[in-house]
Design a binder for this molecule. Structure first.
Ligand SMILES: [Zn+2]
Ligand SMILES: [Zn+2]
Length: 371
């Protein structure tokens, strides 16, 4: 048993509090990682404010990177000392989706993820002998974690940990939605609605494949400026209604876009994305809505204009393939991923990190966990 410091959510609506917890060693098929960095993602905020049901007490954080310091029986993918970026979507390789070559849609791990355990239905985190729950298998708001081998993606040692952490969620969700889910190609007209960490990553992915124009939409001036600096060609201020926002995008794109990427998870923004598309255009929905959210769309335009709506989970990515592709492009200066980071804080700054996230003004906040 190792004592670790970790930020604990006691219950919905609470503040995260850094405490000492016990971490049990990895069991078969599990890996212990010394965490070096963790991004702070909107899904963590959904857990805190109750938008997504989360078993508590829990250690949140699902966008992490670190170094392997212990492995359980049967682990072959990584060894001690290996640098890893962490994937919250471990796949089993055996279910119908995995066999259909859709490992990102593997459902095997979801029940355990929902109950806050590792894949065997138990936790490695505890406090006074009572379980503390994992979050998305990762629990990266901590000094160390134990997680499934399938969540550990080997990366080169020289990748900055803060960049590797972001590749674990926001970057892959945004970039691979463009490259893998929607398979955008050069010259396609695109819009990105919502320019936080995921949306800005989508902007970079669009710029990398030569989409044009790339119209960034957000309510915050600072985020629009960031989008322009990362490859957007136009910036459009979000309007009071979806119709009005879409009208601005259609005007800026000369009649609508081929691909409208929605990265906020809000129904009105999804509707704006749909209404921004031209004939045969696709609204790509990547933001995670509330469980009871409903999306209303003008139905006639779907057959008449051949408009499409596409969902994208984790950018339809294969983490082992796509983390490497993304980090290679980063190393060559073609994806300036480090410029997503607006704030760096220690673990004890976790409260401030969520204040920044709630304010919506910053880009990505990263916790520096290296000691
Ligand atoms: Zn996330
Ligand atoms: Zn599977």
């Amino acid at each position: 048993m190792t004592t670790i410091r970790a930020a604990v959510l006691e219950g919905v609506g609470g503040d995260l509090e850094v405490q000492e917890l016990d971490l049990a060693p990895p069991r078969a098929g599990e890996v212990q990682v010394r965490l070096l960095a963790s991004g702070v993602c909107h899904s963590d905020l959904n857990a805190i404010d109750g938008t997504a049901e989360t078993r508590c007490p829990a250690v949140l954080g699902h966008e992490g990177a670190g170094v392997v310091e212990g492995v359980g029986d049967g682990v072959t993918r990584v060894g001690v000392g290996q640098h890893v970026a962490l994937s919250w979507a471990p796949s089993c390789g055996r279910c119908a989706e995995c066999l259909d070559d859709l490992p990102h849609l593997c459902g095997t791990a979801w029940p355990m993820m929902a109950q806050g355990t590792l894949l065997d239905g138990t936790t490695r985190l505890s406090r006074g002998g009572k379980p503390v729950y994992h979050y998305s298998f990762i629990s990266s708001f901590a000094e160390r974690t134990v997680l499934p081998e399938a969540s550990c993606v080997p990366i080169p040692d020289d990748v900055p940990p803060e960049v590797a952490a972001l590749v674990g969620c926001a970057v892959t969700t945004g970039i691979c939605a463009v490259w893998r889910s929607a398979q955008v190609h050069a010259g396609q007209r695109a819009a990105v609605i919502g320019c936080g960490g995921v949306g800005l990553s989508a902007v970079m992915g669009l710029a990398a494949v030569g989409a044009a124009p790339i119209i960034a939409v957000d309510l915050h001036e600072g985020r629009l400026e960031a989008a322009l600096s990362l490859g957007a060609t136009d910036a459009v201020q979000g309007a009071a209604t979806a119709e009005e926002t879409a009208e601005r995008v259609r005007e800026a794109s000369g009649g609508g876009v081929d691909v409208a990427i929605e990265a906020t998870g809000r129904s009105d923004a999804m509707r704006a994305a749909f209404l921004s598309t031209r004939r045969r255009g696709t609204a790509v929905l990547i933001g995670i809505p509330a469980e009871d959210a409903v999306l209303e769309l003008p139905a006639l335009s779907i057959p008449r204009m051949e408009r499409r709506v596409m969902g994208a989970l984790y950018g339809s990515a294969r983490p082992e393939r796509d983390f490497a592709v993304i980090l290679d492009q980063y190393a060559r200066g073609r994806l300036p991923l480090d410029r997503l980071i607006s704030h760096r804080l220690p673990l004890d700054g976790i409260g401030e990190a969520f204040d920044l996230l709630r304010s919506g003004s910053g880009r990505r906040v990263v916790l520096d966990l290296a000691d």
